[in-house]
Design a protein around this ligand. Sequence first.
Ligand SMILES: Nc1ncnc2c1ncn2[C@@H]1O[C@H](COP(=O)(O)OP(=O)(O)OP(=O)(O)O)[C@@H](O)[C@H]1O
Ligand SMILES: Nc1ncnc2c1ncn2[C@@H]1O[C@H](COP(=O)(O)OP(=O)(O)OP(=O)(O)O)[C@@H](O)[C@H]1O
Ligand SMILES: [Mg+2]
Ligand SMILES: [Mg+2]
Lengths: 159, 159, 164, 164
Amino acid sequence: KKAAFMKAYEQLDREIRNVFTVLTGGEAWLELESPDDPFSGGIFLMAKFPKGAPRESSSLSGGEKAIVAVSFLLAFQTIYPSGFYLLDEVDAALDPMYAQGLGKMLSDWSSRAQIIVISLKESVVSKSPNVLGVYMTAGSSNVIRLKKEVQVDVRTQQS
Amino acid sequence: KKAAFMKAYEQLDREIRNVFTVLTGGEAWLELESPDDPFSGGIFLMAKFPKGAPRESSSLSGGEKAIVAVSFLLAFQTIYPSGFYLLDEVDAALDPMYAQGLGKMLSDWSSRAQIIVISLKESVVSKSPNVLGVYMTAGSSNVIRLKKEVQVDVRTQQS
Amino acid sequence: VYITKLTLKGFKSFPQHPVSVPFEPTINVITGPNGSGKSNIMDALRFVLGENSPKALRHNKMSDLVHDQSADENSFARVSATLDNTDRGIPVDEDRILITRELKRNGDSQYFMNSRRLSRNQYLEILSAAHISYDGLNIIAQGTIQRLAELTPDEKRGAVEQYL
Amino acid sequence: VYITKLTLKGFKSFPQHPVSVPFEPTINVITGPNGSGKSNIMDALRFVLGENSPKALRHNKMSDLVHDQSADENSFARVSATLDNTDRGIPVDEDRILITRELKRNGDSQYFMNSRRLSRNQYLEILSAAHISYDGLNIIAQGTIQRLAELTPDEKRGAVEQYL
Ligand SMILES: Nc1ncnc2c1ncn2[C@@H]1O[C@H](COP(=O)(O)OP(=O)(O)OP(=O)(O)O)[C@@H](O)[C@H]1O
Ligand SMILES: Nc1ncnc2c1ncn2[C@@H]1O[C@H](COP(=O)(O)OP(=O)(O)OP(=O)(O)O)[C@@H](O)[C@H]1O
Ligand SMILES: [Mg+2]
Ligand SMILES: [Mg+2]
């Protein structure tokens, strides 16, 4: 049991380092509260953003938490693979640079697993080869498929 | 006590109707659970967005809730005036059209009370005559004052 | 296993005539104005995967999930998802698997896999073989992404242990 | 009454040398990259208005609010706000009122108004005359705006009653 846990832990740690560095240029890693007996302590998720000091994930800013959480989520794929990811506006708190970085990361990741992401951000929407537009008419929802080369305006779909 | 409550209730209802209609083109209003004895029931905050059906505020979508909540908040000014408002990314869930509408509403409102709003949205930032840029260097925060005509890029302040 | 199509009929803001949503195996971005029905699509996916808590689908009771503009008593909500099973993640020897959940006005649900009716437990058990569950880490509802970073160290360890 | 200036020294991500933030009487937009310190400015405003719950300022204990890069034991956090009082909302016969709160490493706070030391209760009482309180409806923390719309009908009535 401990061997299986440590193997998963190390894989997760390695993958989080990769994903986070690509997304931010900073560093993230895991630390065990009690390395000798991992089950008697917790796991710290540490992150050091560019220009900042290393911190545990729970004391970061709103946008920083979203970035670290997505890194953790995607890294989890290596220890417990899912066929698809459903993400509802995970980019809402991100500034333009990190939103763009996330859009690119999700595109790259989509060769490993299917990604279905809801976004209102131009930089994420315009990067995707497949865009679905949802709109409301007379109290009911409809969906249209928007081609990639269409300049997507989140609002025009009401037409 | 009932008379004072009803007076405040009616003022709040009138103001919510105004603010919400300006923001969305739809309608919002208050309803009393027990009109004969208001203290024995609650207050329903109802909203009808363009193209949708009338609903109570708690069953709206994420962005719709944010719009209704800001309308409620500003309308409160008529029954309990504050000298200033501090709003931290209240526009995060809004689509581009509602974000722009909110930016304009807050500008208009700023003749009644001081507004201090944190935003990452270009449409809100570029509308304001006063923009403060916050940036981090060597683990510490700094603030610079950006003039109105500066084309604000949320990211460039790191320079 | 991935999702190739989702069909909604009478589920939340979706009307009684079926609306189909096609998905690519790579990345799919869903966008649209506030209140248009984007998160309801996500709720429909969780519903068809077995989510049974009305609160998690943002309503007080399951029967509220039926489109409220369909006045007639017999109206119901139905969501189907077509899954690509060429990797045989789901232990059924078919390339495509159609999963369907129907909800009557009285709150009762029926579950189908390739048009065969199954009990809820059989349905969930078959899906779990492919690591598919309605409350998996791979499904993030609106406004909740920060929570993963706010887990306590013990909860983080628990998340890793749970999946071993 | 409105805020004309805020000065932060050693508070959260703000360094030991004082940083001043000028505010206009109309609209002020604060922007900047993720993690730059925007919400910490909001926390500083709540802190100087008397917020005493570390959790509401996103830390476990008050002493964690002191800038953690200032290693020396005697370092402290100080936030001052200059308020325009030409409308005499605050019952003090001055056009400008400087409110200051200092927090020592041991978690103790001292409150000052126009350089005169006051007890916490005197300080809060004078501010409340102008409808100023650290947990008023006019202060919305990051990620919480939807909560106003999610109040139950009874809570909405309570909000109106509370301010009568
Ligand atoms: N049973 C129902 N019948 C009809 N409409 C419903 C039902 N349940 C919810 N709705 C409506 O569906 C609408 C869309 O909700 P949804 O949360 O999917 O929007 P969204 O596109 O995610 O918006 P946002 O960008 O603001 O998050 C809401 O206005 C809600 O009131
Ligand atoms: N006591 C402290 N000493 C030093 N830094 C701190 C302290 N407390 C918090 N911080 C740091 O301050 C940084 C900025 O936080 P803040 O929440 O203000 O960012 P923000 O600009 O609002 O970002 P976002 O756009 O993501 O919401 C965080 O990285 C956090 O770790
Ligand atoms: Mg939504
Ligand atoms: Mg913030």
